[in-house]
Design a protein around this ligand. Structure first.
Ligand code: COA
Length: 283
């Protein structure tokens, strides 16, 4: 069970009433929180990812927590026919798509020499091609609804973080897509933005990646300018804002939501970590 993600104390409760969200990766972590927040503001939601059981469980828990309408559709974002089917199921269930969140991602720490050809390609396919595939499949519906797209990105490539070239280069390309789509879809009334989350406690990403980032010796977060680790709520608030009319003249922007973390967080033991990389356990 994830913690409650409720932004209705900050933003108007019925902000997204009558609207529909399609979210890849919505079965867990940050994207589940983004979905829950949107539903609490009245949106109906379809969440997609590969694991049907995990998705069904997440949808049931969110329905119970919010009283909202959320359905699960299993689809691998790497497969165009699977995402087209997910879009079709969304239209059959709810009749429209106003919001798209491209959140499905895969990542792990891997030194260059341990990153196989297939490992690099796998992450590019999930993150970058997955984002392209789902957006292409949903784009006509988003145009019809004059909707909003949020691409979930990362700050990894801003500093060339070691062990992260696969995810970093995928996210760099996703940020490029955010701009290209903002330009091409803007005249159709569709806004396209990104969110780059910092370290968010208790997520799979945090568990998998935190070993590569410096924290102070006592395990605190004093190297983060705003002095704390992030929460899913931080990303949910940015999501609700970017999807709301409050952001009606904002497009092509990737909003970094990380407490200033990327500017001050250094890799652990650099350059030893690249000259003598440890054997990393697979999580
Ligand atoms: N380090 C190095 N290489 C790894 C790895 C790791 N920790 N995990 C997987 N790989 C490699 C595999 O060995 C394989 O390469 P190979 O064929 O040369 O051996 C390649 O990556 C594909 O792995 P596979 O497990 O077949 O792919 P998958 O599509 O089933 O899984 C992953 C994709 C690897 C990204 C998997 O971790 C995943 O599905 N993650 C989803 C959740 C997630 O990572 N979230 C992160 C949020 S930040």
């Amino acid at each position: 069970m994830s913690s409650v993600v409720d932004t209705t104390q900050i933003f108007k409760e019925n902000l997204f009433a009558g609207k529909v969200l399609l979210c890849s990766g919505g079965g867990s972590g940050i994207c589940r929180g983004m979905t829950e927040a949107m539903v609490r503001h009245g949106a109906k939601a379809v969440i997609i990812s590969r694991s049907k059981d995990k998705l069904e469980k997440a949808a049931a828990e969110m329905r119970q927590a919010t009283g909202g309408e959320i359905i699960a559709v299993a689809a691998d974002v790497r497969k165009p026919e699977a995402v087209e089917n997910a879009v079709q199921k969304t239209i059959e269930a709810f009749g429209r798509i106003d919001f798209l969140i491209n959140g499905a991602a895969g990542n792990f720490l891997a030194p260059f020499q341990d990153l196989s050809y297939n490992a690099f390609r796998t992450v590019i396919e999930i993150d970058l091609l997955g984002t392209f595939n789902l957006t292409k499949a949903a784009s006509e519906h988003l145009k019809k609804a004059k909707g909003s797209i949020i691409n979930v990105s990362a700050t990894l490539y801003y500093t060339g973080l070691p062990y992260q070239q696969h995810a970093g280069s995928a996210k760099a390309a996703i940020d490029a897509l955010t701009k290209h789509w903002a330009v091409e879809l803007g005249p159709h009334g569709v806004r396209v933005n990104g969110i780059s989350p910092g370290p968010i406690g208790s997520t799979v990403g945090m568990k998998k990646l935190s070993g590569a980032f410096r924290r102070d010796e006592n395990g605190g977060h004093s190297s983060i300018p705003l002095g704390r680790q992030g929460e899913t709520m931080d990303i949910a608030q940015a999501t609700v804002f970017l999807n709301s009319q409050g952001a009606s003249w904002i497009t092509g922007v990737t909003l970094v939501v990380d407490g200033g973390c990327w500017m001050t967080t250094a890799p652990v033991n650099y350059p030893q970590m690249v000259l003598n990389p440890p054997k990393l356990a697979r999580l």
